[in-house]
Design a protein around this ligand. Sequence first.
Ligand code: ADP
Ligand code: MG
Length: 569
Amino acid sequence: TTQAEKHGFQTEVKQLLHLMIHSLYSNKEIFLRELVSNASDAADKLRFKALEDNELFENDADLHVRVSVNKDANTITVSDNGIGMTRDEVMANLGTIAKSGTKEFISQLSGDQSKDSKLIGQFGVGFYSAFIVADSVTVRTRAAGADTTHGVEWKSDGDGEFTVADIEKTTRGSDIILHLKDDAKEYADEWKLRQIINTYSDHLSIPVQMWKEPTEESEGPDGEKVEAQPGQWETINSGQALWTRDKDSISDEDYKEFYKTVAHDFEDPLLWSHNKVEGKHEYTSLLYIPKRAPWDLWNRDSQKGIKLYVQRVFIMDDAEQFMPTYLRFVKGLIDSNDLPLNVSREILQDNRVTRSMRSASTKKVLSMLSKLAKRDADQYGEFWDNFGQVLKEGPAEDQGNGEKVASLLRFTSTHEDSAKQRVGLDDYIGRMAENQEKIYYIVADSYEAAKNNPALEIFRKKGIEVLLMSDRIDEWLMNHLHEYEGKSFQSVTRGDLDLGDMDNEEAKKAQEESEKAFAGTVERFEKALGEQVKNVRVTHRLTDSPACIVTDENDMSTQMAKLMEAAGQ
Ligand code: ADP
Ligand code: MG
């Protein structure tokens, strides 16, 4: 062992550690899920790398995770014979947080324990969760293929500093040794650990093992002889990847627990769908829709939640090729039988198999949502409040499914007296009068502004429903949404409105008369406003207000103009 070198944690790590220890106080046991899941990831990574270089197995391809307890020393050890880490990797992985947006994330934490614990849960607490139960953590690791003298020992008390030293380590992989805090001694208990592993790690494909003490020869319940057993490592999880199991053998609880591990979420998922597809392409997909929007949903580059497996071998996280950006909140995995094991992101990008799985998975998610909308409008409403804004990116991104996405959209409207977006286009069409041909809408800065816009007066008077839109993305959405069920969309602040009564001779005459009567007024307005307006005209649209601003059919709307101005154009 060389002299240990002292280092300070990155500021974000210190902050996260502090917040985590305080807000996850009542969720302590997740530390084991995180450490076992890291060990399982390490095994996956080794298996994948060894496809190219079998030497990395060092004649030991029997991958496993072992959890043991030392009651006297008050420690728990989680050991794996996976990929291990080099000194550089230890420094990078266990001293910093590489995730983008970490600063923003930390600034969102409020100090409210229950809110923060949910946020932190979604962020993924990972390795640092060890410090929820430990007052000192030691990591002893050696990278697969490295010389036994190139082991590394990392140590920290979680208070801002850690040390790193070179060590000799004969076994490949990592041992994570936790020295338990006084208030976490209950975890130095085999049965407790077994129970936690059964809850959180049962579905992992890697065997999770615990030591079973030797037994003496004894007598069974029916007087028969029971052989003495030597001490041995016993596998305590079922050890079969959940998605490869028969659907009938998987309980809702199993699906929920699996979701929590893949999605790093504390809450149950809203919906899931498990599909085994055979035929031209063979694959299994397990797709989840979370209950709550993640803290970085707005970031279009934020990581996507689909993991790619090929023939049960883990290939990559964030396989963004399998889900369009507007469905980036979907979590889960796809396990393909057709892709090559050495598949790279580049190969995925332009690949027939990828395209076909993506298209089928997209349709799957849209149909899950559409079923939910039909089955339970309230629950769908909650989904909409969380993810609706992102779904509104759909019509622009995915014209092929435009109609389907449109049917999932929800708006506020003049029909309801609520700022909650609950009106679907099908509801709207169902209420349309027989001779109404268009779907009317207005986009404004806020719900209040939309609702009180004078342009709505004539619609209210005639009993025609208008969709009220005021989200930032609405203008963009309406640029891409042209038709639904054969009905076109018409902004009520654009162009000349034809509400279907202009062929009425009387109305036409009345309009002409008022145009004549107000010719002088119009001229004075034009003079006063000059260059600021394109023209001024007499309207039949208003019933209570004296004037309103409209744009020409093909001109930029006032909303769009404001957006462009805000963007410095
Ligand atoms: P995540 O698992 O989401 O990447 P973690 O905080 O759990 O984040 O772990 C950080 C990183 O540390 C991992 O990405 C991995 O590179 C490394 N790591 C943690 N545990 C192990 C392990 N047992 N073997 C090898 N690498 C590990
Ligand atoms: Mg992890």
